[in-house]
Design a protein around this ligand. Structure first.
Ligand code: ASP
Length: 323
């Protein structure tokens, strides 16, 4: 039996690790630990980008994304769901009980109900109030969408000359500089030597309805290969999604890179390929099947939460690519 490890994004991960640690230390399966970490954060109303505390989209609707992975043939994912605040558990059920890898929107909600999940509140009062404040500050009202009878996309009412809402044009607390936390992503190595990963998010605050980020996309927000390593991302999904950054990091580990080198390489590609804004942030974590780990970021305002048999710490990123 080996030594277990839990590595979670952001400082809030430390309290979540504490919930999952006893089971993992006692020889429990890493996937149970990953799910327990995410579920803890999903119910923490103080975390404004995950589960119940998650900030909604531009129309005030919370949509949740999450995934779990054990290996290329064992992964599950949901996106744009709002049935209950636990996308990580529904994603696990997709992996274990369906013939599919990913379910979206109403289908994910229907699957949740069919699987016996309890319907639950996903928009906290606090998040709803933040949305109302944000909406009241918009320079021009978000045009109400016109119901379409044609089955095509709906749009602003005919004759409404106001500009369409564009999240790039309004100041938003979704900017990482204004946020203290982000998606929960967690990697675990259990005593039996299995790597597992999971993540859960409400995505970008005030996003366009229908927007899905990197987090529920296998290979983008999370990738696990039992023999080569595991990696996960948090931050602005649009920077990750063109580069399959979690898959990229694991591929680098497969070629012999350490987790630290792999994350430096994957984040370096993000820096190369994007014209980064000053507050654009992506952070990543990586874990090898031998228990080597790393947490790295584009910017220094990121922390990982590490739990091992000898450590229970919040650790700064290394390397930081845009210090
Ligand atoms: N990566 C997530 C997304 O883009 C956001 C986050 O990490 O909070 O949806």
């Amino acid at each position: 039996m080996g030594e277990p490890i839990l590595l979670t994004t952001w400082a809030f991960g430390q309290a979540a690790n504490a919930v999952a640690w006893p089971g993992l230390l006692a020889g429990g399966d890493g996937l149970d630990a990953v799910e327990a970490v995410c579920r803890h954060v999903e119910l923490d109303e103080a975390v404004e980008s995950v589960g119940l505390g998650g900030l909604p989209d531009a129309e005030g609707q919370v949509t949740l994304d999450g995934c779990v992975m054990r290996g290329p043939a064992r992964c599950g994912s949901v996106c744009s769901m709002s049935f209950c605040p636990h996308p990580v558990s529904v994603a696990r059920r997709v992996m274990e009980e369906s013939a599919h890898v990913m379910l979206a929107g109403p289908g994910a909600d229907a699957f949740s109900a069919a699987q016996g999940f309890e319907a639950g509140v996903v928009l906290s009062e606090w998040a709803r109030a933040r949305w109302a404040e944000w909406r009241a500050r918009l320079p021009s009202p978000f045009p109400p969408t016109a119901p379409s009878t044609l089955g095509g996309p709906s749009g602003p009412p005919v004759g409404d000359a106001r500009p369409a809402y564009n999240p790039a044009n309004v100041s938003s607390p979704a900017s990482d500089a204004a946020r203290s936390h982000d998606t929960v992503a967690v990697l675990a190595l259990d005593a039996a030597g299995n790597l597992s990963g999971g993540c859960s998010t409400s995505g970008m605050a005030w996003k366009l309805p229908g927007r899905v980020g990197d987090s529920p996309l296998i290979g983008h927000g999370l990738y696990v290969h039992p023999a080569h390593g595991a990696a996960a991302a948090t931050g602005k999904g649009e920077l990750v999604m063109g580069l399959c950054s979690s898959f990229d990091a694991v591929e680098r580990m497969r070629s012999g890179a350490s987790p630290r080198e792999a994350l430096g390489g994957a984040l370096g590609r993000i820096r190369e390929e994007h014209d980064l804004a000053a507050d654009d942030q992506v952070a990543m974590i990586a874990l090898s099947p031998h228990g080597e780990w790393a947490g790295a970021a584009l910017r220094p305002d990121y922390r990982s939460a590490l739990r091992t048999t000898t450590r229970d710490e919040v650790v700064p990123p290394d390397p930081v690519l845009c210090a």
